[in-house]
Design a protein around this ligand. Sequence first.
Ligand code: ADP
Ligand code: ZN
Length: 721
Amino acid sequence: MLVGVLTAQPLDRLLDYKAPEGGCQRGAFVEVPLGPRKVLGVVWGPGKGDYDLAKIRSVIRVLDAAPMREEMREFLRRAADYTLTPMPAMLRLATRAPGLGDPPSMRKVYRRGTGLPDRATAARSRVLDALEEYGGLAFTLKELAEVAGVSTSVIKGLAVQGVVREEDSPRDMPFARLDPALPGKALTPDQAAGAATLKQAVRAETYGTTLLRGVTGSGKTEVYLEAVAECLAMGRQALVLLPEIALTAEFLTRVQARFGAQPAEWHSGVTMTERRRTWRMIGQGGAQLVVGARSALFLPFQDLGLIVVDEEHDTSYKQEDGVLYNARDMAVLRASICGARVVLASATPSLESWTNAQAGKYDKLELTTRFGEAVMPDMRAIDMRTEALPSDRWISPSLQSAVQDRLAKGEQALLFINRRGYAPITLCRACGHQIGCDHCDARMVEHRFLKRLVCHQCGESKPIPDKCPSCDAEDRLAPVGPGVERLGEEAAACFPDARIATLSSDMYGSARALKAEIEAIAAGQADIIIGTQLVAKGHNFPLLTLVGVIDADLGLQGSDLRAAERTFQLMRQVAGRTGRADKPGTALLQTYQPDHPVIRAILAGDETGFWTAEAAERAQAGVPPFGRMAGIILSSSDVAQVFDLGNDMARRDAPLRRIGAQVFGPAPAPIARIRGRHRVRLLVKADKGAPLQQAVSEWIGQFRLKGDLRLAVDIDPQSFY
Ligand code: ADP
Ligand code: ZN
């Protein structure tokens, strides 16, 4: 009996193996020999048998993991077709947990033993009470100590006497049960109506997508938690995707409060053992709710009934290397296969989702007012043309006095700049040289906090030199332009008595440190927050009443098709950080173009007007979401080779022309060299209904990649670097 096995190795076919005794079922995870190695695979179907039977090797073993379900295989196949990704790469995404096939490792757990302690103390009885209260449950030492509020030595003392029993238990334990029957918060009539609609949609157990649009602070999270409750009550699993790890901590607290326990987590900050446990438990139904980053979509859910994509417009949902996929779109695909509801939540939806809702493809739900006393911030421009600002200063007199005013009232102010580091450019005042990366066509960004120059493209860094690398002049290197660290320095000079906290992702070694800092700020331990877009995303700072945007024009300069949309979303999001509690907030935007249509739309808060105008412009140009695009990125260490291939591809475009698509380029990519590889882009544009993937696949199939040439296809590209 032969089986065809899909592995995560970069091969373009299934491999035949002899099934183990008793056969193995389709979808089974297996370990198979490949050359000298053992690799993980999935039984995809019967073997082909077109190989010398004597040479075919045997499956080593079937792993002790729930077999891959048919709907998961379907999802991987369709996602592969959509993104033009080979199946092995898709399987790698779906098995991103180490040691999946290992026997479960053990750890010590504690339960009630027999008898009573030789001497009763308050701490000892608290331990026994806790064990009693949770029935027969076993705890780890740390958990029990925490629940009982005692030190671990108390528990160990009881274990010696046998009053508490210590035993080995497999590490991959099911997650604590979440209880959807616990009461949620009392909802406002608006929220309750939204929650009822979502619950009904979840009960239908069929695919559908709802765009949940609500101003920041309107209670979208409260509303979709009700949909989660309904899904759990039906015995189905739910997945909540968040765009940023830093947001999970706050969300976990809310889940704990709503359902009485913590959900499973899936993101880069989760330990390897925990990843393995999560992966296995999701497959066996031992995890009801998962909170995670985009890759959580590829977990082996048993019965997924709901996917929430929070802050659905966020650009981090698009994976920009490896498999280029958009988690928002893949969530819709996965749900449509397994009969789940999708909730896309945002205060500023993507134009794609907005258009789908307008067209009736998605259901629409709106929350129009903030919860409680909170009102939307007052937004105004500071016209930088009229502010007398010396060079190398970025906080205008108007903004400065607004901040001063909040400080006097004991309120918080946020100064926002979307640039990490100290200064974006390091310039030699003697020869005009700008320090660039040795491997990329990009300037090195000074990070004073790290005491290094860092390339934001490849991550390469070097010490800040004291001599110009071009002309050798000493002490003539000067920082040009502001980054978040430099703004922090300026703020410290402007407001010497204020407590200033700078928040930028690279300044915190761990998600935990960042979380602690965010909590401290929310509790009022800072007067002025200096932050990058990290702070724009969903955090609640109740004392914050002023947001100053240092450079509102920054995002408008790009030639990117989504520049206006991104700026609009980001500015609205940042402004939404203010005035979330009982005091009204103000957002001030420093701009040199107060009459720019995008700036005017932001200030007017005219979202519908903005989307309508933006949609009309894109429809006119035939670009997404009103047309389709695919980006092709060619790269090689040899510049002539990339251009030769690019030109060849542009010439032999018959498969594209057959579907009425056009190809543009080749052109050097905006960042023409990354990590020593020269980069060339081509762009394919097609009508909305055209079979783009099929044509692109046929088109690129004509070419062989010589030398170290690489070709990446980006369907629905979001960025064009
Ligand atoms: P959004 O996700 O729309 O930004 P949240 O769900 O985070 O809004 O709600 C904003 C704040 O208001 C949170 O602190 C939340 O706990 C609170 N809140 C919202 N709705 C209610 C409610 N019905 N009862 C109590 N607090 C609420
Ligand atoms: Zn670089």
